[in-house]
Design a protein around this ligand. Structure first.
Ligand SMILES: *[C@@H]1O[C@H](CO)[C@@H](O)[C@H](O)[C@H]1NC(C)=O
Ligand SMILES: *[C@@H]1O[C@H](CO)[C@@H](O)[C@H](O)[C@H]1NC(C)=O
Ligand SMILES: *[C@@H]1O[C@H](CO)[C@@H](O)[C@H](O)[C@H]1NC(C)=O
Ligand SMILES: *[C@@H]1O[C@H](CO)[C@@H](O)[C@H](O)[C@H]1NC(C)=O
Length: 381
């Protein structure tokens, strides 16, 4: 059997690049990798989180394709602003605010994928990004999302990849971590040099590279979304979402987006995960009394508590290919990687702490289950 039930996320998919027969997660090896620093866990200075204000006016998160030209430009300008603001938190190898937000994903990637915290963790990460755009770069709007079913099977012609009003198109030529993996050469982010990635590597400047694959992007299509949304509880819903629509967006754009650890180095990441967050909320909203606080799943990926089989019904799971994928050693979990905090046992609970590395205050899963609550205060329109 090529893919065991435990292979539900991109982290696990990365592991399969190491060796197809050993489909467990990357093992820890001591020492630095290839002379490059994998980077230890970081304790950024942080005080007690201030109590959030009462949620009165919810931010309205909209689909990218519905934004006016001017709104798209405001969003992209704010992202460029984050890229130009110096880093201040002392997170390894980060040069700017955009990369500090990327660290939130890179450093604990091992404990945020293939686990119950997957969806709440990324929900808070999207909020951190939205907040940085608004509070530090004068952005007035909400975090937009990519309505992926609209473009599934045809990402290459998506508004999101527009070279003028969007994020630039497919990669061309070389320049990525593998031959044939091309940097993007158009759009507003063409020349961005990213100090994080591939994988856990830090301090190895690289471009935004893409390899659009519209076979894999089919997993972002409506039939997959419908299969996942029909799941009766979180323990069945989350693995379906992580294995199918989640991989559809990452593998459909490809390149840096297909990097399970450093993917927020491509700003499309935030549109993709905001869409997944919307699906999470829509699923919750189908039965709020039962689902508003429904959380479960393992705290750590295998072996502590094998996750359930992702089950997109009769639809096939499409696995991205790895011949153009970054080197496997980039995905070896660095020594001293963070461990889950806040849960009493091996199962993810509402007390699980979602560590934002000091970029914004950390929060518990309980605090992010309601998107209209005081901390998050947004809605999807
Ligand atoms: C994206 O570019 C790569 C070459 O860099 C190419 O092989 C691939 O087919 C392109 N994707 C699409 C959907 O055109
Ligand atoms: C990227 O650099 C090239 C060459 O210096 C330049 O022509 C182009 O305008 C730059 N693009 C952006 C979006 O900064
Ligand atoms: C796109 O992904 C599919 C599924 O993994 C794979 O079979 C195909 O070779 C990929 N296409 C390219 C151009 O890499
Ligand atoms: C967590 O799981 C491991 C492996 O099954 C087990 O040895 C350990 O006792 C569990 N810990 C708790 C607190 O349940």
């Amino acid at each position: 059997m090529l893919f065991r039930p435990t292979v539900i996320g991109l982290v696990a998919l990365a592991a399969s690049a190491v060796t197809v027969s050993a489909l467990s997660l990357p093992v820890q090896v001591p020492g630095s990798l290839d002379g490059r620093s994998p980077g230890p866990a970081v304790a950024a200075p942080r005080g007690p989180p201030p109590k959030p204000k009462k949620c009165k006016k919810k931010l309205k998160r909209k689909a990218w394709h519905t934004l006016k030209k001017k709104e798209k430009k405001e969003y992209i300008d704010a992202e460029l602003c984050l890229m130009s603001k110096p880093a201040t938190l002392g997170l390894p190898a980060t040069a700017n605010r955009f990369e500090e937000l990327q660290s939130i994903h890179q450093i604990p990637a091992f404990i945020t994928h293939g686990v119950g915290a997957f969806l709440p963790y990324h929900r808070l990460h999207m909020h951190a990004h939205e907040r940085a755009l608004r509070e530090e770069c004068g952005y007035k709007g909400a975090q937009p999302y990519w309505d992926e079913p609209r473009d599934a099977g045809d990402f290459i012609n998506s508004d999101v990849l527009d070279p003028v009003t969007g994020f630039g198109g497919n990669g061309t030529g070389n320049g990525g971590p593998q031959p044939g993996m091309g940097c993007i050469h158009d759009g507003p982010f063409a020349n961005f040099s990213n100090n994080l990635g591939p994988g856990y590597f830090q301090g190895t400047p690289n471009c935004i590279y893409r390899f659009v694959n519209d076979t894999v992007s089919l997993m972002s299509s409506q039939p997959y979304v419908d299969e996942c949304k029909a799941k009766p509880n979180y323990l069945k819903f989350w693995p379906c979402l992580e294995a199918a629509p989640h991989v559809g967006g990452h593998g459909g754009v490809g390149g840096k987006m297909l990097d399970p650890i450093a993917s927020p180095g491509d700003p499309i990441f935030y549109l993709h995960h905001t869409w997944l967050d919307k699906l999470f909320w829509e699923w919750q909203a189908l039965d709020l009394p039962a689902r508003l606080y429904d959380i479960s799943g393992p705290n750590l990926p295998d072996p502590f508590a094998p996750p359930p089989t992702p089950d997109p019904g009769s639809l096939p799971l499409i696995f991205p290919t790895f011949d153009k994928f970054p080197p496997p050693e980039a995905f070896v979990v660095p020594p001293g990687s963070p461990q889950p905090q806040g849960d009493p046992g091996n199962v993810t609970t509402l007390s699980h702490v979602l560590d934002m590395l000091g970029v914004i205050p950390s929060a518990t899963i309980a605090e992010v289950m309601n998107i209209g609550g005081d901390l998050l205060c947004y809605e999807y329109v």
